[in-house]
Every structure is written in C-alpha cells, then in structure tokens.
Design a protein around this ligand. Structure first.
Ligand code: BTN
Length: 237
C-alpha cells in the first residue's frame, strides 16, 4: 500500500490512470481539491476545497480483478458502513455505484479499468459529500452531505483514514469470496422500483427486481426478465 495526498490535482482517478504501472497494489491517492474531477457518463465532479472526501484506490490484485463486477458495489458498501458508523440511517446503494442517504445521493463512485487487452488494474474513485452546507448548480434531485444529515462538520482527514480502513476490509472479504447477497439486498435502493432506464439511446420504464449475487441487476422490461451489467444502463428515479 502507498498513500499519496495532493492539495490540488486534476483528478485522483486520472493521476492513477497515468501512473498505475509505477504504483503498488492498494495505492491510495487523495486530494483536497480536484480541478477536473470526473464522474460517470463523462460528467464532471466538482466540489469546493476541503468540503468533500475525494480519493482513488488502485487495485492490481488478481483475485479482485477477477471479481471486478462486484468491486464498485462492495466499495459502495464500505461507504454505507462509514455513514452508519457516523450515525446516518437509511443508507442504501443505488446500483451500480452510488450511495444514497434518506433517498438523496451522498456519494458517487467512478470505477475505471486499464486493459492491455487483459484487465491490468482497477481504479476505484470515490467522492463523498461531507461538509457542504448547500449545493450550487441545478440538479434533478438535489444531493445531500453528511453535514446536512448530522448538523456537524467532519474532520476530512479522519474520515479519509476510516474510509481507507473500511474499504480495505470489504475488499479483503471479497477476496475471501464472502457472500455479499444479504447485505446487498438489504441496502438495495432500486429494488422493487419502477424506474426510467436509459439503454443506449432509448429510455424505457422498467421494474427492478434487485441486485444479483454476481453484482449484475435483474430487471423486468416488456414482460421479460433480464440481467444487466453496469456498463449497459443508467437509471432515473
Ligand atoms: C459519479 O457519481 O458520477 C462518480 C463520481 C466520482 C468522483 C470521484 S472524486 C475522486 C475520484 N476522482 C475523480 O475524478 N472522480 C472520482
């Protein structure tokens, strides 16, 4: 493991993507501010300096690379535990990799892989809203921060240590082939909901049956049940 912290960086994910070959397994890169933070689906991820927890973890371990489909969900579960330890209730995972608290997004995860052509490494990038008192910009659904939920500001460096600890614990369980079925099902935000799914260029209403043990999602669309993997779809609730 290796810890690298930047006051300012373009993006911790981008930094690891460019230098993963020189870094050991479990290199943890964090920043107080990202000038070009990235989210899923080519979106940007912005946060004022020191208001959120932002880090990326490099995974080179072969066992985890084989289970890559579960890595982002299990990482999300580590954030669920972190928030629960901070007294937050009603914390769920919105498949494939957002964490919701009280029905609002509090954390996003960007999982990226480097392939040559076999998968060489994974980069798990996590952004957790911590001390924001309000969110600038327009949102279809306004996100939420730990501060808004607890009324207390948090020490980001302590939170960072706790996040690293819990994330490595969950990944060790995944390496040991622990069954995450129960915990995933009990924190499944989309389960049982009818949602709008963007599949390629199309938007369709589908019913979500729930997360499968292998990390895929079972949905019912047009009367037929299908399992989908995270690259294929995004959901609007
Ligand atoms: C999303 O919800 O779309 C995912 C957001 C992921 C943001 C984190 S912040 C740390 C890491 N570096 C990045 O550029 N992105 C991820």
């Amino acid at each position: 493991m290796r810890f690298i912290h930047f006051e300012t960086i373009d993006s911790t994910n981008t930094w690891l993507k460019n230098s993963w070959e020189d870094q050991p397994d479990m290199t943890f890169v964090s920043a107080d501010y990202q000038s070009q933070g990235r989210g899923r689906r080519q979106r940007s991820w912005t946060s004022p300096k020191g208001e959120s927890l932002m880090f990326s973890l490099l995974i080179r371990d072969e066992q985890l690379l084989k289970r890559h489909q579960l890595v982002s969900l299990v990482s999300a579960l580590s954030i669920v535990r972190l928030l629960q330890q901070r007294g937050v209730s009603d914390v769920t995972v919105k498949w494939p990799n957002d964490v919701y608290a009280g029905g609002r997004k509090i954390c996003g995860i960007l999982l990226e892989g480097v392939s040559q052509p076999e998968l060489q490494c994974l980069i798990v990038g996590i952004g957790l809203n911590v001390n924001q008192q309000a969110f600038a910009g327009e949102y279809r659904h306004e996100p939420v921060s730990l501060y808004q939920l607890t009324g207390r500001r948090s020490d980001i460096s302590r939170l960072r240590q706790q996040a690293y600890q819990l994330l490595t614990e969950e990944l060790e369980k995944l390496k040991a082939d622990e069954d995450f079925r129960k915990v995933l099902q009990s924190h499944d935000y989309l389960k049982g909901r009818r949602v709008l799914a963007e599949i390629g260029q199309e938007t369709r209403e589908v019913s979500v049956i729930g997360i499968n043990p292998d990390g895929s999602l079972r949905i019912r669309a047009d009367g037929r049940e299908t399992d989908i993997t995270s690259g294929e779809i995004s959901f609007r609730v």
